[in-house]
Design a protein around this ligand. Structure first.
Ligand code: 13P
Ligand code: SF4
Length: 297
């Protein structure tokens, strides 16, 4: 393993490359990564880096976003199977039909969407800034795609009417409200931290709701010692590594995003060595999608 990590580090130097990793990735990838974080942080890093090559250990829409923000860089996705089920729940045609039912209402897209969808929306958001972005529009009503649960979360936090598209994250929806109750019973006194992609009833029962980074920041700063985590397993593993004096419990065993787990260290090495699995976005779509993402940034 160390050998592979060292090879990746050498290649990064030789090729002026960076590795960006989402915090749902297999944890050993952090050893080879330059930046690890949530979608907002990674898109900011993708926009800011002056590297020639970005290797994206994340899902397809994240690599696509990096390419849109850095069109002159080579963006590589080590395993092309790494899609996002939620992002694939709406395409441009479905978006147009949705918009046509609500003419004149601004459209906010979650960054978990394809470039063609972003290209036809007004502004992008991630789970860490969705509330801020919707408030900033200063309008009474917005359309929100594709995640219906994050949209509902935003509506409750802002008072803005949020008309949501019926998309969802299958991984987060596996967490049921009853799981919160049974975890609280099993671990009395533990705080429950949830991602807004969960069912409304889950985040209503939680002590804190936020993006992956917001959950990690909250747990790191909190005086509490025990936490029940209602998001992907990678967050629990990183918290346990970084805060060994605290205890982190994944709310349920199978809260794993299979698409995030495709990439391995050998895949990252192969992507860098062969400069393979390059992500491209057609120029017109990219230009429109860039405006939507840059408004957010
Ligand atoms: P974050 O915006 O919290 O990184 O979430 C991305 C994601 O895909 C959650 O399922
Ligand atoms: Fe997509 Fe859900 Fe996986 Fe996030 S956890 S990448 S929303 S499928």
């Amino acid at each position: 393993m160390l050998n592979i990590i060292n090879k990746i580090k050498d290649l990064k130097k030789a090729k002026n490359a960076v590795v960006l990793a989402h915090c749902y990735q297999n944890i050993e990838i952090d050893e080879a990564a330059d930046f690890v974080g949530d979608s907002l942080y990674l898109s900011q890093m993708a926009a800011a880096t002056d590297a020639d090559i970005i290797v994206f250990a994340g899902v397809y829409f994240m690599a696509q976003t990096a390419k849109i923000l850095s069109p002159n860089k080579k963006v590589l996705l080590p395993r092309t199977e790494s899609g996002c089920l939620m992002a694939d729940m709406i395409n441009a045609q479905q978006l147009r039909e949705f918009k046509s039912k609500h003419p004149g209402v601004p459209v906010v897209c979650y960054v978990n969407s394809t470039a063609e969808v972003k290209a036809e929306c007004d502004i992008c958001c991630t789970s860490s800034n969705a509330v801020k972005i919707v408030k900033s529009l200063n309008v009474p009503k917005v359309l929100f795609v594709p995640d219906t649960y994050l949209g509902k979360w935003v509506q409750e936090q802002t008072g803005v009417e949020v008309i949501t598209y019926p998309g969802f994250c299958p991984t987060h929806l596996r967490i049921r409200p009853e799981d919160v109750d049974s975890a609280r019973e099993k671990y009395p006194g533990a705080l429950v931290l949830a991602h807004p992609e969960c069912h409304r009833e889950v985040w209503c029962k939680a002590d804190f709701t936020g993006s992956t980074t917001q959950i990690m920041d909250f747990a790191t700063r909190s005086d509490a010692k025990k936490f029940i985590i209602a998001t992907e397993k990678g967050v629990v593993e990183r918290l346990q590594r970084d805060c060994p004096d605290k205890e982190f419990i994944l709310i349920k065993d199978d809260i794993i995003c299979p698409n995030m787990k495709w990439h391995t260290l050998p895949d990252i090495l192969a992507a860098l060595e062969n400069e393979q699995h390059e992500i491209t976005v057609d120029t017109q779509t990219a230009a429109k999608a860039r405006t939507t993402i840059e408004r957010m940034l």
